[in-house]
Design a binder for this molecule. Structure first.
Ligand code: DGY
Length: 298
């Protein structure tokens, strides 16, 4: 089977594939011989790949692939759920701690030679232990975050599409959660229902000094509205994802109340290698004519 990959994906599993590496931007003309494509949530140019039978997405989120059209054309789509939950939950806590405890601000002070006088006169932050964490989307990653929250003695409240009880926290309607939590962390997939879910009205419900963390998708929050809230200084944030990556709103760059990371959620060597392994297993299963391992649901 002719396999094309948009880049070299990390880890030894990739070397097991007989694969051509070519970024989609360099495709140029139609490649009818390509039957399988490995992408990282990139729009699939079906017009240039008319022979495509499988898209193996490197990543759990598949919002940019154009899944509906792929399905209409009979293309099988797979993703990499499960293997990146821990890494993403860990990064969530890195952002929670960095934003809540002013870690990056402190680092910048030290580097700028502005650490003067006694620690007793220093930067004060809000306590994390004992505060309330609001989780938007209690799927696999949201649950991994909730489990970590127990170690910090956090009260966990959550909201999700279908109201269902969960021992990891207390269910609240979204608006109530936003008005209740000291920290709000987003773990929902980007769908037509979640696109712009946290609009200006909803963001205004956040408590003064609340921390908003987003390791899911930038589009779930109205970016202009979150920029306005951050510029006003009313809230703090840890943002790993943005609506127009790799562009980050320039107003954020000089703000000390926001910590910015470049979509690092799954970015550990072990996790990225496991994602590649799952991509390869899906391709292998498809080649053998078996059920793929992790088909995109729906
Ligand atoms: C995914 O898998 O969708 C993530 O955004 C990558 O970290």
């Amino acid at each position: 089977m002719k396999v094309l990959a948009t880049r070299r994906y990390p880890g030894p599993a990739f070397d097991e594939l007989d694969v051509e590496v070519l970024p989609l931007s360099e495709l140029g003309s139609a490649r009818p011989e390509v039957e399988a494509l490995v992408v990282a949530n990139e729009p699939v140019p079906l017009d240039l790949l008319p022979g495509l039978r499988l898209v193996a997405n490197f990543g759990v989120g598949y919002d940019r692939l154009g899944v509906a059209e792929l399905r209409e054309r009979g293309v099988v789509v797979t993703n990499t759920p499960g293997v990146l939950d821990s890494a993403t939950a860990d990064l969530t806590f890195a952002l929670v701690l960095a934003a809540r405890r002013r870690v990056v601000e402190g680092d910048q002070r030290v580097r700028a030679g502005q650490w003067k006088g006694s620690w007793a006169d220093g930067l004060l932050a809000e306590e994390l232990t004992g505060s309330t964490l609001g989780i938007v989307g209690l799927g696999r990653i949201g649950q991994a975050v909730a489990r970590r929250a127990q170690g910090f003695d956090l009260r966990v409240v959550y909201t999700q599409r279908t109201r269902a009880g969960n021992e990891l926290g207390e269910y609240l309607e979204l608006d109530v959660l936003l008005a209740t939590a000291d920290i709000v962390s987003i773990h929902a997939p980007l769908t037509p229902e979640t696109d712009g879910l946290l609009d200006a009205r909803r963001l205004s419900l956040l408590k003064d000094g609340a921390v908003l963390v987003n390791t899911a998708r930038g589009e779930i929050v109205n970016e202009a509205a979150v920029v306005a809230e951050l510029v006003s200084g009313r809230i703090r944030a840890g943002l790993d994802v943005f609506a127009h990556e790799p562009q980050v709103p320039k107003e954020l760059l000089s703000l000390s109340n926001v910590v910015l990371t470049p979509h690092l959620g799954s970015g550990t060597r072990q996790t990225r290698e496991a994602m590649t392994r799952l991509v390869v297993e899906n391709i292998r299963a498809f080649e053998r004519g078996e059920e793929v391992v992790t088909p995109v649901p729906g």
